[in-house]
Ligand binder design. Structure first.
Ligand SMILES: C[S@@+](CC[C@H](N)C(=O)[O-])C[C@H]1O[C@@H](n2cnc3c(N)ncnc32)[C@H](O)[C@@H]1O
Length: 539
């Protein structure tokens, strides 16, 4: 009997394995995608493996919601996922079979049994697992990274951290005390929520530090799903760790800190100037600086990247770091009502995903932002951005070579600054989706499968996007075999069969205007799914 069976057998004697009783919703996490890990690796000089020809291991993969879309998007790479929940692995396997993917394997096993017979991996992903397992299993995960990460490999490990988790842990302790005598999972969840409501009500009028802190945390928890609440707060193990302690433990396995998957959290320039200056003075090395930054932010969660201790990490970012880079930026402009910006005015842009803002008067930066906005969700290569800057900024047909070099350097400096401050994202591969609507629109097989049962789909940017009902009906039909007119015909069929109801101002349109309504509706769906990065770029 395998260790996994043994462990499940043991826990079944007492109670069923918690992730079989309350499965964890299995989603894509963009920040754990090899593309993101490779971008940080490239930027910090370690030349990671080509994501189109790599091996990826995910520990605690649940039903493969993160790994399966990666495998579809990178068909020449190999993916292995392991999880201790038999039910979740079986569910993932059903999806793999129905998608016909042959480059991914999900294994029901305890990660402690991963051994060298499984080979080495260029990327190892451990998301939402490390804090919820016993210490000896945590040590084993470091050991797997030490022994089975390829030479320039990158491991992603997310975990709960202090100081932020001191407060959250307090709420966890209170809940666990309250449900200490309950065995049944739904009762434990329901009673924990009841305690939360009681506490929220009891402290709502308390304007002191305790009331305010507790209220903030309680509001956050009220919005979380039952599955999240159960596994985050009611599992036996949940051991947050200070960042410096995590890195010390990793060092014992010859691993070093590469960076954070969310680069902007490493940029102390995002703090007020005096805070950044003090951090620089009191914390000369990166680990200390990150630790003090956590103290300032009261950080609760980290997504840390590790690599071997001999990997040539260099965080001095230069123009050369942008070789082969592509830039994506989803930027909104903040404009005062009724005021149109004039040339020379300062302009403020915000990235709605990271909520980072940037104010600039520099025409080069403004032109670049405009170009990125136009292309989003697709990325533009640095070389194309430079060409665009030349077209817009250089007068005359023949320009001075030193002027051109200075322009390139200035563009590179700005792009690097915008990247580390969370305004734009870098990737080292062209986007595999398109913002233009092709003659035969195609969504990913994963999204088509998901749309059969839910409105929450995995985009080609490896994010969850929520689509409207009409899009949900049309996405499964966008398999690259139908033109827009054929999609309209399919939509008509759905309406005729009574599966969809189309109304205009509360009434069914007559057959003549029905055609126009459907034609317009399909156009709108296509532009929405393109904007949501659901349309695959076809060769
Ligand atoms: C909180 S869930 C996270 C799932 C997924 N990575 C995510 O973030 O959505 C933790 C997962 O780790 C798995 N797990 C816990 N201990 C494990 C072990 N020793 N070996 C393999 N998987 C384990 C659980 O079964 C569960 O599916």
């Amino acid at each position: 009997m395998s260790t996994a069976d043994n462990l499940q057998q043991q826990s079944l004697a007492e109670e069923e394995y918690s992730y079989d009783v309350v499965p964890y919703p299995s989603h894509p996490f963009r920040q754990s995608h090899p593309e993101r890990l490779a971008s940080v690796g490239n930027l910090f000089g370690i030349k990671p493996a080509d994501i189109h020809n790599c091996r990826v291991l995910e520990i605690g993969c649940a039903a493969g919601g993160n790994l399966i879309p990666m495998a579809e998007g990178l068909p020449d790479s190999k993916f292995v996922g392991v999880d201790l929940s038999k039910k979740q692995i079986e569910r993932g396997q059903l999806n793999i079979d129905s998608l016909g993917l042959t480059n991914i394997e999900l294994k029901y096993m305890n990660c402690v049994d991963i051994d060298e017979s499984m080979g080495t991996f260029d990327y190892i992903i451990v998301h939402g697992v490390f804090s919820w397992i016993p210490e000896d299993v945590q040590e084993r995960i470091f050991e797997i990274c030490q022994k089975q990460l390829s030479e320039n490999g990158i491991a992603y490990v997310s975990y709960n951290t202090y100081p932020g988790w001191h407060l959250r842990g307090m709420i966890r302790d209170m809940m666990n005390y309250h449900v200490r005598n309950l065995k049944d999972a739904p009762r434990r969840i329901q009673q924990s929520r009841a305690l939360l409501e009681f506490l929220a009500k009891s402290v709502s009028a308390d304007k002191g530090a305790y009331g305010m802190l507790l209220n903030n945390e309680l509001q956050l928890l009220r919005r979380q799903s039952d599955n999240y609440l159960f596994h985050e707060h009611l599992e036996k193990d949940n051991t947050p760790i200070y960042f410096h302690e995590f890195i010390e433990r990793a060092k014992a396995y010859d691993l070093q800190y590469l960076g954070e998957s969310q680069l902007a959290t490493m940029w102390i320039g995002n703090f007020p100037k005096d805070v950044a200056q003090t951090l620089e003075r009191i914390a000369p090395d990166i680990v200390q600086r990150e630790q003090y930054a956590d103290f300032v932010r009261n950080r609760t969660f980290r997504q840390t990247l590790l690599c071997h201790k001999d990997a040539p990490v260099s965080r001095a970012l230069k123009m050369e770091s942008l070789e082969g880079a592509h830039v994506a930026g989803n930027l909104d402009e903040q404009i005062e009502k009724g005021k149109q910006p004039k040339p020379g005015d300062p302009r403020t842009f915000v990235n709605p995903l990271t909520r980072q803002t940037m104010t600039t008067q520099d025409p080069l930066v403004i032109e670049t932002v405009m170009k990125l906005r136009e292309a989003f969700p697709c990325a533009i290569s640095f070389e194309d951005l430079f060409q665009h800057a030349m077209d817009k900024m250089v007068d005359g047909v023949i320009a001075d070579a030193t002027k051109i070099e200075a322009l390139k350097r200035s563009l590179a400096t700005n792009i690097i600054h915008m990247t580390v401050s969370g305004i734009v994202e870098l990737q080292y591969n062209p986007s595999r989706y398109t913002a233009d609507i092709p003659e035969f629109p195609k969504t990913s097989a994963v999204a088509r499968m998901q749309a059969e049962s839910t409105n929450r789909l995995t985009s080609c940017r490896h994010e969850t996007v929520t689509v409207d009902d009409l899009s949900k009906h049309l996405v499964p039909l966008m398999d690259g075999t139908r033109t827009k007119d054929q999609l309209v015909a399919e939509l008509k069929r759905l309406v005729d069969e009574g599966k969809l109801v189309i109304q205009q101002k509360g009434e069914r349109p007559d057959s003549l205007s029905m055609d126009t309504v459907m034609d317009k509706a399909v156009d709108e769906v296509l532009s929405r799914v393109a904007k949501a990065s659901l349309l695959v770029k076809q060769d």
